[in-house]
Design a protein around this ligand. Structure first.
Ligand SMILES: CC(C)(COP(=O)(O)OP(=O)(O)OC[C@H]1O[C@@H](n2cnc3c(N)ncnc32)[C@H](O)[C@@H]1OP(=O)(O)O)[C@@H](O)C(=O)NCCC(=O)NCCS
Length: 146
C-alpha cells in the first residue's frame, strides 16, 4: 500500500467513492468540492493498492489545528488497515499543531472505534448534525507541540 498526495486525475474516482459510501444526508463531496480543496492546498491523500484507490482522506490543515473532513475506505478493501494507514499518515503531518478534530455520526461504530484506537476522545455531541437528524460526535486528539 502506498499513501500519496491526490492528483487532479484521482478526483473523479474519489467523488464516485464518496457517492457510493456516503448518502446525501452525510454530505458527499462532489468533484467540484474536491477540486476546490486541492486548489487551496487542503490535504487530499489516497491509499493505493495495486494501482487502485483503496481509500482517501480530506483534511483541513490550519495554523494551530487540523480537521479531518473525510476519511473512507473503498468497500472492497475494508478491514485491511487502509484507514489506519491513512490516519497514521495524517498524524505524521501535524507537527507543531495543537490538536486534530473531526465530526462523526453517533451511530458510526467502525469509525468511532478507529478514531478511539488512535487516541481521539469525544468532546461534545452535536444534535441533528446530519441531514437525517443523526447527531454528530465531535472528537479531538491533543497533539504535542515541538
Ligand atoms: C471506518 C472506515 C474508514 C474503516 O476503514 P478500514 O480501512 O476498514 O479500517 P482499518 O482496517 O484500518 O481498521 C482500523 C480500526 O477501525 C475499527 N474498525 C474498522 N472496521 C470496523 C468494524 N466493521 N467494526 C468495528 N470497528 C471497526 C477498528 O478499531 C479497527 O482496528 P482493529 O482492526 O485493530 O480492530 C470504513 O469502514 C469506511 O470507509 N466507512 C465508511 C466511511 C466512514 O464512515 N468514514 C468515517 C467518516 S467520519
Amino acid at each position: 500500500m502506498i499513501i500519496r498526495k491526490a492528483k487532479k486525475e484521482d478526483l473523479k474516482t474519489i467523488a464516485d467513492l464518496e457517492k457510493i459510501i456516503f448518502d446525501k444526508s452525510n454530505f458527499p463531496m462532489s468533484i467540484r468540492n474536491l477540486q476546490y480543496h486541492l486548489k487551496v492546498n487542503n490535504m487530499i491523500a489516497v491509499a493505493e493498492i495495486d494501482n487502485t484507490i483503496a481509500g482517501y482522506c480530506v483534511v483541513f490543515l490550519r495554523k494551530k489545528y487540523a480537521r479531518i473532513y473525510s476519511i473512507a475506505t473503498n468497500p472492497y478493501f475494508r478491514g485491511k488497515k487502509v484507514a489506519s494507514t491513512l490516519l497514521e499518515h495524517i498524524l505524521s503531518q501535524t507537527c507543531g499543531l495543537n490538536y486534530i478534530s473531526l465530526e462523526v455520526r453517533k451511530d458510526n461504530i467502525p469509525a468511532i472505534a478507529l478514531y478511539e484506537k488512535y487516541g481521539f476522545k469525544t468532546v461534545k455531541e452535536i444534535p441533528c448534525y446530519y441531514g437525517d437528524g443523526c447527531s454528530a460526535l465531535k472528537m479531538k486528539k491533543a497533539l504535542h507541540k515541538l
